[in-house]
Write a protein that binds this ligand. Sequence first.
Ligand SMILES: *Cc1c(COP(=O)(O)O)cnc(C)c1O
Length: 399
Amino acid sequence: MSFKPADQIQDLQYFGEFGGVNPSISDSSTYTFLSAKTMFDTFEGNAEGCYLYSRHSSPSNLYLGQALAAMEGTETATVAATGMGAIVPAIMQVCGAGDHIVASRTIYGGTYAYMKNFCPRLDISTSFVDITDLKKVEAAITSNTKILYCESVSNPLLEVADIEALSGIARKHGIKLLVDNTFSPLGISPAKLGADVVLHSLTKFINGSSDTMGGVICGSQEFIDELRNVNDGACMLMGASMDSLRAASILKNLRTLHIRIKQHSTNAMYLATNFENDGLRTVYPGLTSHKGHNLFGKMMNTEYGFGGMLTIDVGSLEKANQLMELMQERNLGYLAVSLGFYKTLFSAPGTSTSSEIPEEEQAEMGLTDGLIRFSIGLDNDIERTYQMMRECMKETGIL
Ligand SMILES: *Cc1c(COP(=O)(O)O)cnc(C)c1O
């Protein structure tokens, strides 16, 4: 594929007041108008370049949104305070009472809980399906379906969604395809493969320093305008707006994303290959043993590799906990949820980030007790890290 997302970001040039090399931070929640007429027009959404109130938009948020839209190749984007603060309004803008969602059954625990437990209160129902089974996906669509929802690479099982095929199905039925691309920024460009809306938790790889939260909705100008509409826009009215100071700091981190992703991918590939050779049950899209390996290869922007996420199954929760505690003691990473940090993070999804999913359903989708999810860090000497991890596995009787 010829799309070069990092080049799109690189080509953006923003100056600050007084010629600063970074754009000035808009340190204001409200904005003055020279004429009352302009204020009215801005409320109506007809005053390009005018700012109203920072829950609606701010110059710093627009810079970040523009950079993320460039990265995803969409017309525009709007940022939010958290990933869920982007996902929920995107769904709410499209669905109302009586509507239906078809979603992958292996998605982020918070998104799953929102659709499963909260949406029914609004009379919105969801069918959770195996997203890799296109026949089942299409069969789940009804006349009330408004959204087909998936993650490019799913959390935590790392299933790969065939975005092109799913977009074909969505188009055929006149529904929107929403793709959460949090696990594969730069690596996969869902909008280029036909997704209508691309979502991210900026909290993860994109910001990359586990010091803030953030989210983004990338899509058409029409959809983003709807979300920001003062009368019925879900972003404007649900209130999860990002603060300008945070937008400015995330934009600076975005500038190094391409270097980080390459290092995350190289390190993850090295560890996954070695873990698999050691006989551990290893799931990583870069391994030829992975069910979605060829599909990922077909969709990917090659230079970024297969991403920084991998899982191993060490047989039981007890062993998983022993290993994680020992690795943390040896400073190989942190026993923590979240991902995309410069340091390796590991957790047992069944009892943490996916604990919202009932046990029977976890079993059905292959989410086992002994599963450890790794977000591989930016370690300079990954060979040394591997040797030290191997030592921990030996000491805990896993190898
Ligand atoms: C973390 C995460 C979210 C939620 O983002 P927050 O910033 O925590 O609100 C959504 N989707 C995926 C895939 C995630 O990993």
